[in-house]
Design a protein around this ligand. Structure first.
Ligand code: UGA
Length: 424
């Protein structure tokens, strides 16, 4: 098939690379000149595991909207960021529709991969004067594992009134696993499946976070509790890792947007999750300040800036929110390190913190180390080689081996486990 994807972002690029692996001819339409230049030169503008020059060289990159004319399917993968009131900003979707409308014709399909409120697919069909069927094709890829998620997806959701849409998407995903299920439904249901999935996962994470608070109070271990719960197949083990709140470009935005479109239905659980997730980050900031005050600490090292491990993305990153909140206390000296998100965090932090070259440099001379992103790299650090002047670790992702930290002489607080004193 001849495929055009509009938008070379965290969704468009992995999708393009994987569809070309399936044997399709893929063109990506990108209107940002800097990004386009990089991509044409074989450089990837984002960090994403498995997105390399080899994958990119199979794709044609262009800024010519006329390219959609000879394609079998055009897939929109542009951003739908939050507006100030929490609703989804659809200006990029409708902006692209305006630009491609005159090139669309019968025999083609327009698919919407961007996360859009219920009713948008029908509005898009009107915006392109019904020149071709519009398919809601929500994506379920996670940043950092997008390529492997694509190649091993649980399900493909297709929302369209045109009866041929299921067959077209079946052909598009010709290389999928035998275990991938396909759900074909109407556009409204497909749009809602995406929002409901993200809201449910966000709720699961928030539940684990509240359990973590309880575990700290009663002396239980949240890891044991969630492992024990997750073994029940009805509950499932995924997305029960307690941490410092969910972030990123999807969960916060999509949960807010879901509340905006559900003004008549109550969705009280999601409302609480949205409110409490924001509060959690500030509470964690206060807790860190409290630890610092009690231990008479003024020099704090932070490991992790990205919203989660394995990405350079800092959009709505809990780490940045927390560091910003902690920095409101005057007199603290802060160093930061993240394996991939240093550059992207500069607009938020530059000039206010010391940018370290690695984990060891970040902790050098610090009196307290705080872990805010679940990078595997952090687990591999030799704690005995850190040159800290006081030995206190606050691990809000639960990734540092507590027994090892204790035997290296650190007091360690772990989310959902509490404080353990180091061996003197
Ligand atoms: C999320 C969904 O997982 C994808 O299925 C969806 O396609 C995507 O949003 C989207 O709508 O585009 P993503 O935002 O890349 O993917 O990241 P997740 O891996 O879901 O993590 C989101 C946040 O939750 C991160 O801050 C992460 O640290 C946090 N998290 C995740 C936890 O705190 N605990 C967990 O157990 C899992």
């Amino acid at each position: 098939m001849k495929v055009c994807i509009v938008g070379a972002g965290y969704v468009g690029l992995p999708t393009g690379v994987c569809l070309s692996k399936y044997g399709h001819s893929v063109t990506i339409l990108e209107n940002n000149p800097q990004k386009l230049e990089m991509l044409k030169a074989g450089d990837c503008p984002i960090y994403e595991d498995g997105l390399d020059a080899d994958g990119l060289k199979c794709i044609e990159f262009t800024d010519d909207y006329g390219t959609v004319y000879d394609k079998d399917i055009v897939i929109l993968a542009v951003g739908t960021p939050s507006k100030l009131d929490g609703s989804a900003d659809l200006s990029q979707i409708f902006g692209v529709c305006d630009k491609i409308k005159s090139y669309l014709h019968k025999g083609q399909y327009l698919a919407i991969k961007s996360t859009v409120p219920v009713g948008t697919n029908r509005r898009v069909a009107q915006a392109i004067d019904n020149r071709c069927p519009v398919i809601s094709l929500p994506e379920f890829l996670r940043e950092g594992t997008a390529i492997s998620d694509f190649l091993n997806q649980d399900r493909i959701v297709v929302g369209c009134d045109d009866s041929s849409a299921g067959d077209v998407i079946d052909k598009l995903y010709c290389g999928r696993n035998d275990t991938t299920e396909m759900v074909v439904t109407n556009p409204e249901s497909a749009e809602l499946i995406k929002y409901a999935s993200n809201a449910f996962l966000a709720t699961k994470i928030h539940f684990a976070n509240e359990l973590a608070d309880l575990c700290e109070q009663v002396g239980a271990s949240v890891k044991s509790v969630t492992t024990g719960m997750g073994l029940d197949k009805r509950i499932g083990k995924h997305f029960l890792n307690a941490g410092c709140g969910y972030g990123g470009s999807c969960f916060p935005k999509d949960t807010r947007a879901l509340l905006k479109i559900s003004d008549k239905a109550s969705l009280s659980i999601v409302k609480t999750v949205v409110e409490q997730n924001v509060k959690r980050q500030l509470k964690i900031g206060d807790r860190i300040k409290d630890f610092a005050k009690r231990a008479n600490v003024t020099k704090i090292a932070f490991w992790g800036l990205a919203f989660k491990g394995n990405t350079d993305d800092v959009r709505e990153s809990p780490a940045l929110e927390i560091i910003d909140w902690v920095m409101k206390d005057l007199g603290l000296q802060i160093s930061v390190y993240d394996p991939k998100a240093m550059k992207n965090s500069e607009p938020a932090l530059s000039g206010r913190v010391r940018y370290a070259t690695d984990e060891y440099d970040c902790a050098d001379g610090a009196e307290m180390l705080v872990v805010l992103t679940e990078w595997d790299d952090f687990k591999k650090v030799d704690l005995s080689k850190l040159n800290m002047t006081k030995k206190l670790i606050i691990d809000y992702r639960g990734i540092i081996d507590r027994d090892n930290a204790v035997s290296c002489g650190y007091d360690i607080f772990t989310v959902g486990e509490g404080l353990k004193k180091g061996k003197q």
